[in-house]
Design a protein around this ligand. Structure first.
Ligand SMILES: Cc1cc2nc3c(=O)[nH]c(=O)nc-3n(C[C@H](O)[C@H](O)[C@H](O)COP(=O)(O)OP(=O)(O)OC[C@H]3O[C@@H](n4cnc5c(N)ncnc54)[C@H](O)[C@@H]3O)c2cc1C
Length: 504
């Protein structure tokens, strides 16, 4: 337990990936650092602990990733296409409709690879990511990894999180649990000088020379969701931690920080309709239902509502939750047949699908289980029939945008359109879960929080989910953790240097 009457060089708020990369970078600069965690020891670690651990970074060859993964995985079992700086920038621009902040996204991309290597040097273990978007190569004992999504922290978020706590401990960085940050205190010169906290010992003020905010978005706050995302978001399920409730975003705004990004936007994905209201650590991200590009998605009214095959799932899953929210009761069915069920991610094992040998029996089974929600069986069967009739011939290839499509439907399916015709058939009931929010406070490329005139607020830095301007409408999978780490490292380094200048 640190002496809380001392002046810390750097206080870091939050105990996720963004926070610990900041804390470790600040410590490496010689700063005296403390980490504040709102959650208890048992529930610590934020959304980071729930993640699949995928970090989207630049790599020009398999060798680049071998230099990160080291002895933790077998490179002979994987294949990949390079993912260049230009690919990453293009992906960010494409999925955000050209709105991503150019300077911030360039920093994210340009620092991505050296940041994962830095984390490996610190002691984070990495492996190839075979979960999302990876495809088994027929006839070869290899898996083709998803472009841009090829690297993940070994043991996913659970091990990443425990490693970060361990590294902090080894670096002599104390963590104060059940300690909620509040008002940011500034001196007469406008510099940050401390932070009010509510903890087991009551309310007190900790003094500091620099402050790094890394306390997540506002997705777990029903009131902020309702205010900024809209009333339909008030009751949605939260995929991860219940502690990211946005109060430090508000505190920074009150201090004069500039708000930035898409405040009405968020990352929300298809998840099991029976998933709990908040993330549970026994399930982490295993409630995700992301194999929909190989499915037909039908709502309770018996209608399709989206192009399931618009793109690879890593480029559509973050916006798909919003589409599901627009459907009656925010519940839909993903329907597969024997041709496509072998392609399902293993995460589907946590669900209980309706399975049948004919489409009519499948519809009966859905009605039995979900009839009370208003399922329209006749329309469901008519939609499947129309879909099957509209599927055009062509080669199906899950590894590429194969262009195998339907014709004449609204909406058409533009890739991976196979007929649902080979029993057994199965249907998974799917709803949505919010992952994190896109709006937040504005930082510059040093991770310094800026005011309305884009001047840094002296001593205030931020990183991770709470920063805006990176993602709009959508998000390329794996860019969240990467953003937190790149700007966490920058925030920690610059905060420590700022503190040193004040001390000297
Ligand atoms: C199920 C799931 C799977 C995901 N998978 C991936 C993935 O594979 N790849 C990817 O890039 N992204 C993924 N994400 C998104 C990812 O979680 C975020 O982008 C990233 O982890 C956020 O890191 P962070 O450090 O900013 O926030 P968090 O890890 O959420 O950390 C925030 C911390 O702040 C604490 N806190 C909040 N308020 C206060 C306060 N007032 N005082 C003190 N502490 C406070 C919280 O308790 C928490 O410890 C996933 C998210 C979920 C929910």
């Amino acid at each position: 337990m640190p002496h809380t009457d001392e002046v810390f060089d750097v206080i870091v708020v939050g105990a996720g990936n963004a926070a610990f990369t900041a804390a470790l970078a600040a410590r490496a600069e010689g700063a005296r650092v403390v980490v504040l965690e709102k959650a208890s020891h048992k529930l610590r670690g934020g959304n980071t602990r729930f993640t699949g651990g995928v970090f989207r970074c630049v790599y020009n060859s398999l060798e680049d990733l071998i230099a990160v993964v080291r002895d933790n995985d077998d490179p002979s079992t994987v294949a990949l296409d390079p993912y260049t700086r230009e690919d990453y920038l293009q992906d960010l621009a494409r999925v955000t409709g050209g709105r991503t902040d150019p300077a911030l996204s360039q920093t994210l991309v340009d620092r991505s690879y050296d940041t994962v290597r830095w984390m490996a040097d610190l002691g984070v273990a990495w492996e190839f990511s075979r979960a999302v978007g990876a495809v088994t190569i027929a006839g070869a004992a290899k898996v083709k990894l998803s472009r841009g999504g090829a690297l993940r922290a070994k043991g996913e978020g659970v091990l990443l999180s425990s490693t970060l706590f361990r590294l902090a401990d080894a670096a002599d960085i104390p963590v104060l649990y059940e300690t909620q940050a509040g008002r940011i205190v500034t001196g007469p010169d406008g510099r940050v000088s401390g932070l009010e906290v509510r903890g087991p010992e009551g309310i007190r003020t900790l003094a500091c020379r620099a402050l790094v905010l890394a306390s997540g978005g506002f997705q777990a706050s029903p009131d902020m969701r309702t205010a900024y995302l809209g009333p339909t978001w008030s009751l949605v399920k939260v995929r991860g931690t219940r502690f990211n409730t946005g109060e430090m975003i508000r505190q920074a705004l009150d201090l004069g920080a500039q708000s930035y990004g898409e405040w009405a936007g968020c990352h929300a994905t298809p998840i099991d309709a029976d998933a709990p209201s908040y993330g549970e650590l026994r399930l982490t991200d295993k409630t995700n239902r992301l194999s929909y590009p190989f499915s037909v998605m039908i709502n309770l009214d018996g209608e399709r509502f989206v192009d399931e095959g618009e793109d690879f799932n890593l480029y559509t899953y973050a916006k798909m939750g919003r589409e599901i929210l627009r459907q009656p009761r925010a519940t839909i069915f993903q329907v597969f047949d024997r041709t496509t069920t072998p392609l399902l991610e293993t995460r589907y094992n946590t669900g209980t699908p309706v399975v049948a040998d004919s489409l009519a029996d499948l519809a009966d089974g859905i009605e039995q289980r979900y009839g009370a929600l208003g399922f329209r069986k006749t329309a469901f069967l008519a939609t499947l029939e129309a879909y099957n009739a509209a599927v055009q011939d062509g080669a199906f290839d899950p590894d590429v945008l194969d262009g195998k499509h339907s014709l004449g439907l609204r909406p058409d399916k533009t890739n991976w359109a196979t007929r649902i015709e080979t029993p057994p058939f199965c249907a998974y009931a799917v709803s949505l879960g919010i992952t994190f929010t896109f709006g937040g406070i504005r930082i510059n490329t040093d991770a310094a929080v800026v005011d309305q005139l884009e001047r840094p607020i002296p001593g205030l830095f931020a990183t991770g989910e709470m920063t805006g301007g990176f993602f709009y409408h959508n998000y390329p999978g794996g860019a969240g953790l990467m953003r937190g780490a790149v700007f966490g490292r920058l925030a920690g380094t610059h905060a420590a240097r700022f503190a040193r200048e004040r001390r000297d």
